[in-house]
Design a protein around this ligand. Sequence first.
Ligand code: 2P0
Length: 349
Amino acid sequence: MADTKVYRASTTAPVNIAVVKYWGKRDPKLNLPTNSSLSVTLSQDDLRTLTTASCSSAYKEDTLLLNGSPSDLTGARTQACLRELRSRRAALESNDASLPKLSTMPLLLVSENNFPTAAGLASSAAGFAALVRATADLYELPASPTELSLIARQGSGSACRSLFGGYVAWRHGSQADGLDSKAVEVAPASHWPTMRALILVVSAAKKGVSSTSGMQQTVATSGLFKQRIADVVPANMETMEAAIAAKDFAKFAEVTMRDSNSFHATCADTYPPIFYMNDVSRAAVRAVEAINAAAGRTVAAYTFDAGPNAVIYYLEEDKETILGTFYPLLQDTDGWKDGAKVFKTSVEL
Ligand code: 2P0
């Protein structure tokens, strides 16, 4: 009798926010970056993607349901991930004839975020990390998070960093085949468990210039970008790793803010220029500067990705100061419900 059983595995993957930013590809096809990057993984209690991967010979074709809606699975990036996962499963099957032939069965991937889609938070990192790990679990692949990061990277660069909790580096690597362009844990969340992040959702609008095309334009046209890659990022990576090792918040904060500023400066230096931050983003920068000046020490650090939303890092011991400043400010912004507007979160264990 034909095997029509449904095989299934579920997993979750967290969102990560870079403190040294990935921006630029040296190989767009393999999704290899021009520079290393480093991120903090946020708690899954607040922000995560849950993905169930299943396969069955009773299914008709590969299908992806994203937050309840059918989504495109035919993109080159998704296909690269699925091809790699299937070929690893096929290798296991060819070594052990007793294994069911899952690699030839159509897949159903059901993916959901626990944060409002309308919040405009980048979800491709958690999305691809969850897709890759759920399918790897379904296929019972003996792969470490770093090995899976090589696959998730091909879905979306930042996704490779969402396979770990805590503090994570994506080493840019130098090989043409990309096999050394992978994520590694710099420190577990337990190393510095008082780290917190506040996400200020400034706008839920879809960004004007996608990260993928924006970074290509920057690589092609920005002179400042060359300096960022040659000098700024290598120095920031080194200082950031030392700051994390020493749990030196002032240093961590300074590099975080400087690196965000450097990234947005290269965006402005792109021709034509790319602007992700808006007036509200800039007000958040000023608010952080004011909090730090009033405290007489660094208690908060801002960072912005390819959009206007601010992420503020701070330590638990300073929460009264940070929340006291930002909550009232946010409550004045009309049209926003609290839950979709601000997320207070910790670092993922
Ligand atoms: C980062 N960003 O390091 C940087 C900071 C945005 C600004 O990674 O083309 O969606 O899919 O590899 O990963 C956004 O870029 O780009 C990103 P692709 P991705 O988090």
